[in-house]
Design a protein around this ligand. Structure first.
Ligand SMILES: [Zn+2]
Length: 443
């Protein structure tokens, strides 16, 4: 498919709106910059992405447990983590057009980069990326709290709570999915870079001597996860951070990158954070954060390997990668080839006509699917071709059609999204068949 990459992104943004994946926030008021709302299909897709992550990281593992920490935390957390002093971008303002720019993104700090402006720029100033608010009724500095800029710190401050409550010893991990907030100067590229976003982070605590081994393990495991859920391998790569890109406490870091229409961009970072965070919190809180090893009778600070992924970025990558246009002219179809586990709707139930008992049979099949927690959709309007097209565009892997023969022998036609292959099955066996297909897609 030869399309200009900008066109591709625009096409996906408009499809996302039209089909109810993603809407602009507060659209009737003109929208709010970089804020987006997930519609009926989008919320299912994103939930499925988060569920797939949680299964891989928590449910299916013996060595990782979950956590759901609060968004607002004690301000000293951000002092200890370095976010209060270090989490800022160097900014300049144009004195003429008043626009603000990241100083490190400009080639020339003498004049405004906008061609028609060319105004004089201010001195470089540091701009902290944390959102600030006040706790309680008094708006003064003693009441200042911050919206967390990452979920990781909620894990670090709970390290010993979780370790002792679950009686785990390193190597073990704590995983969390939740919202974070960064007052980015230049958000953009649809849901890729936003000021409010959802993270999927896991901190894996290991004996210091095992850090390299586990860093290698999580690099491979996290890249593989995107492939397992259908992203084309040629659209994925690992990019090691250069020494000068590394956070001062990090020993190594690698990004899982995806080839978006706007270029290679980070989906997830895997970092060896060493024992920096636990030691920082010990120092700032005065509470011991070391792990006591029963066997050696010694305290030590575990090293931390952190795979930190963006739920919105992953969702966007799965959406972009699933998009396909097949055929030409009147045979052309737009199809979202989602992995069945990620598809917002698994089955569409389509009576061929709106009479002769077909809707009644369709209704019964639909009810049966829903009773088995198979997210399904019932549609008896328009021609069958139109209805297939709508489902292809929503990424629904299976369509089930009820026709005249169905009323005679209680069979239905199953049509598969990708191959368009069609076959008949007894309606009583439909739920079992879909469950089997879903299970097989997970291997
Ligand atoms: Zn200007």
């Amino acid at each position: 498919m030869a399309v200009n990459t900008n066109d591709l992104m625009n096409t996906i943004v408009s499809l996302a709106k039209r089909r109810g994946f993603i809407f602009q926030s507060s659209e009737i008021y003109g929208g709010l910059n970089s804020c987006w709302d997930y519609g009926p299909l989008g919320v299912e897709l994103k939930r499925n992405v988060k569920d797939a992550w949680w299964r891989a990281m928590v449910t299916n593992r013996r060595d990782i447990v979950g956590l759901d920490a609060s968004i607002l935390m004690h301000p000293k957390v951000w002092e200890a983590s370095g976010h209060l002093t270090g989490f800022s971008d160097p900014m300049v303002d144009c004195k003429k057009c008043k626009e603000r720019f990241r100083a490190d993104h400009l080639e020339n700090l003498d004049k405004c980069p906008k061609p028609k402006c060319g105004g004089e720029l201010t001195e470089v100033r540091k701009f902290n990326l944390m959102f600030k608010t006040f706790m309680g009724p008094v708006e003064d500095s003693s009441a200042t709290v911050y919206m967390r800029p990452e979920t990781a710190q909620g894990i670090f401050v709970n390290f010993l709570n979780v370790q002792q409550a679950s009686r785990l010893k390193p190597p073990f991990g704590i995983a969390q999915i939740g919202k974070s907030f960064r007052n980015e100067i230049t958000p953009g590229n649809f849901t890729y870079r936003t000021r409010e976003f959802e993270q999927m982070e896991m901190e894996f605590f290991v004996p210091p001597a095992e850090d390299d081994k586990w860093y290698g393990y999580w690099r491979d495991a996290r890249l593989q996860w995107y492939k397992d859920y259908g992203i084309k391998p040629e659209h994925l790569r690992l990019r090691d951070h250069e020494k000068d890109e590394l956070a001062h406490y990090a020993k190594a870091c690698v990004d899982v990158e995806y080839l978006f229409p706007f270029g290679w961009s980070e989906l997830e970072g895997i970092a060896n954070r060493t024992d920096y965070d636990l030691k920082q919190h010990e120092q700032h809180s005065g509470k011991g954060m070391a792990f006591f090893d029963d066997e050696s009778k010694q305290h030590y600070y575990p090293f931390v390997v952190e795979p930190a992924a963006g739920a919105d970025r992953a969702t966007l990558a799965f959406l972009v990668d699933a998009y396909d246009v097949e055929g030409e002219g009147k045979d052309e179809r737009v199809v979202l080839r989602f992995h069945p586990a990620l598809a917002p709707i698994k089955v569409a139930v389509l009576p061929l006509v709106k009479k002769d008992g077909m809707p009644e049979m369709g209704e019964k099949i639909y009810r049966d699917l829903l009773d088995n927690s198979i997210k399904s959709f019932y549609d008896q309007t328009a021609s069958i071709g139109r209805r297939y097209a709508r489902q292809d565009e929503a990424g629904t892997p299976f369509c089930v059609t009820i026709d005249t023969q169905s009323l005679e022998d209680q069979t239905v036609t199953v049509r598969e999204r990708d191959s368009r292959e069609q076959y008949r099955v007894a309606s009583s066996e439909l739920v079992g068949l879909i469950q089997k297909k879903m299970r097989e897609s997970m291997r």
